[in-house]
Design a protein around this ligand. Structure first.
Ligand SMILES: NC(=O)c1ccc[n+]([C@@H]2O[C@H](COP(=O)([O-])OP(=O)(O)OC[C@H]3O[C@@H](n4cnc5c(N)ncnc54)[C@H](OP(=O)(O)O)[C@@H]3O)[C@@H](O)[C@H]2O)c1
Length: 243
């Protein structure tokens, strides 16, 4: 059985990825931070597809907690075929004026360093495999008000994608980035985005927000053999949103 690791699998896009990959026959190990009940429900639904699910509370920004999780994944599954570095968010919006160094470091840790930690721990468990970074349309647009640090971190993921695609490609490990647009998840409540349906009506060519499953399906394709020659690519999943 192929084995996938997903960070932040308790809600939103990550939860949809866990369920979609389980449906496709992957054993899945995933993390959560605060949403324990949601994580339990995701695991239960994923297990109904007859695969093995391991889920643990592990802060994606903590080397120690992620290392303990990785050690357990190695003990239980012995290998990794796909890593989806999804954990991230915009817990507080601040402009440059409103920001301080702690704010900057928190956002970079959550959205960029977390991806480094997961990559560093799980790529050694891959013989061949795929790494998917969940970036954001904000990497291109700068995001809405108070998203500069988030946008910088998500743009950092694009540099990481290209550099590691080059470094790991010769070993048969592909690295790709997915850039969601406006997706209907708890993200926007936490980020106080405002009326996402109104945003979508004004900005998105399809005039609607996306569903987490619509991102998960793309990620499931990217980690599959069907995408065997896609490497270092940035994949937009935004319903058409280019100004
Ligand atoms: N929704 C959008 O429109 C959109 C657009 C572009 C990019 N994205 C990106 O998509 C990814 C998933 O977001 P989402 O929309 O699905 O939002 P979400 O529902 O808020 O999901 C975030 C997930 O990350 C986990 N998480 C947050 N901080 C964590 C930490 N320090 N350690 C471990 N897990 C952590 C959360 O776990 P707990 O709830 O258990 O704490 C949750 O499972 C994020 O990287 C986000 O930036 C989202």
């Amino acid at each position: 059985m192929p084995v996938a690791v997903v960070t932040g699998g308790s809600t939103g896009i990550g939860a949809a990825v866990v369920k979609t990959l389980a449906k496709r026959g992957y054993d899945v190990a995933f993390t959560y931070l605060k949403s324990e009940r949601e994580a339990e429900a995701v695991a239960k639904e994923a297990e109904s597809h007859g695969v093995r699910i391991l889920y643990r509370r592990a802060d994606a920004t903590s080397w120690e907690e992620m290392r303990a999780f990785a050690d357990e994944v190695r003990r239980v599954f012995g290998k990794v075929d796909a890593l989806v570095a999804n954990a991230g968010g915009l817990p507080q919006r601040r402009t440059l004026d409103e920001s301080d160094l702690d704010y900057w470091k928190t956002l970079i840790d959550l959205n960029l360093t977390s991806a480094y930690i997961a990559t560093k721990l799980f790529v050694p468990m891959m013989e061949k495999g795929v790494v998917v970074y969940v970036s954001s349309i904000a990497a291109y647009t700068g995001g809405g008000r108070g998203a500069f640090a988030y946008a910088a971190a998500k743009a950092g993921l694009l540099g990481l994608t290209r550099a590691l695609a080059k470094e790991l490609g010769p070993r048969g490990i592909r690295v790709v980035a997915v850039l969601p647009g406006l997706i209907n998840t708890p993200f926007h409540e936490k980020a106080q985005t405002g009326d996402i349906d109104a945003w979508a009506r004004n900005m998105v060519y399809m005039r609607r927000v996306g569903k987490p499953e619509e991102v998960a399906e793309v990620i499931a394709f990217l980690v599959s053999d069907g995408a065997s020659y896609i490497n270092g690519a940035f994949i937009d999943v935004n319903g058409g949103w280019y100004g």
